[in-house]
Design a protein around this ligand. Structure first.
Ligand code: MN
Ligand code: MN
Length: 289
């Protein structure tokens, strides 16, 4: 990684952090998911970046991968536990950060919110450039279980590369025994999820987030506008008539796939926290704080 690449990661992280703060400030009882997403992504563009992926707004037992669609009339309601996950990209270099809030701040889920946030903080505080990824997971799991919750075991952090949001390495949220070490010169995301349920998510229905999946022929419209990063139906519908239908056809041809919502069973509550981190030589630096 040269200095110009690091600068781009830094800038993407700075804008992504701003976007997360804006989204958190806009979420209140009666606000529309659609408006929060559009305003948050607009702020990224106004700051000279592009969204690295659509704003994820995942409620209660949903852990990730819901973004509003064109015409979405969903509103926030008091007491909902919302995972807000967003990143920016500069020239394809992405950032990724997330936080959890309770709509209307009734304080019902404060411990659950603290559990993932402190798991992230403890993992970062104990992070060393030569660390085994299983050991990072151990710090996360220890913190979350100390609150009486479970870490989600089939979600975790990841490497981040140019035009690739989930690259090279998986960073578990518990000690899975993986002895792989972090790459010396890399950008990673660490993202603990704390759950009141079993700590295993499954695939739900599609959450309106898509990605190019074809290897033979890549759709020109999608490639030109979103490249190989995830995108929203909302975005496509601004550059293409009838984006919904366009995506349906692309999915039929298996050139595009839709991310399923990742969730636990109804009645479970899940919190998440995430930062993008630079690991370089002896240096560990949180880029999104
Ligand atoms: Mn994320
Ligand atoms: Mn992530």
């Amino acid at each position: 990684m040269d200095i110009s690449e690091i600068r781009k990661f830094e800038e993407a992280a700075k804008i992504g952090k701003k976007a997360l703060e804006l989204a958190l400030s806009l979420i209140e009882p009666g606000a529309y998911f659609y408006d929060v997403a559009e305003k948050t992504e607009a702020l990224i563009l106004e700051n000279g970046g592009k969204p690295a992926f659509p704003l994820n707004l995942s409620v209660d037992s949903d852990a990730a991968h819901y973004t509003p669609y064109t015409g979405d009339k969903t509103k926030f309601a008091t007491g909902q536990l919302v995972k807000v996950d967003i990143g920016a990209q500069i020239d394809g270099y992405p950032s990724d950060n997330a936080a959890t809030i309770e709509v209307g701040n009734t304080g019902k889920h404060s411990d659950l919110i603290d559990a993932s946030r402190n798991a992230l903080n403890n993992a970062i505080r104990n992070l060393r450039p030569t660390m085994k990824v299983g050991q990072i997971g151990a710090h996360i799991s220890k913190t979350i279980t100390s609150y009486g919750f479970k870490p989600i075991r089939n979600l975790g952090g990841h490497g981040i590369s140019r035009y690739d949001l989930h690259s090279r390495i998986f960073i578990p949220n518990y000690d899975d025994g993986n002895g792989r070490t972090l790459e010396k010169d890399s950008v990673i995301a660490i993202e603990p999820f704390a759950s009141t349920g079993t700590g295993m998510i499954h695939n739900g229905p599609g959450g309106n987030i898509y990605i190019l999946s074809g290897t033979t022929k890549r759709d020109e419209v999608i490639m030109k506008n979103f490249s190989t990063l995830p995108f929203a139906e909302r975005w496509l519908s601004k550059v293409e008539n009838n984006g919904q239908e366009y995506l349906k056809q692309m999915m039929k041809k298996k050139e595009v796939s839709q991310f399923p919502i990742l969730r636990e069973h109804r009645g479970v509550f899940i919190s998440q926290a995430e930062h993008t981190i630079l690991v370089r030589g002896d240096e560990i630096r949180v880029l999104t704080s």
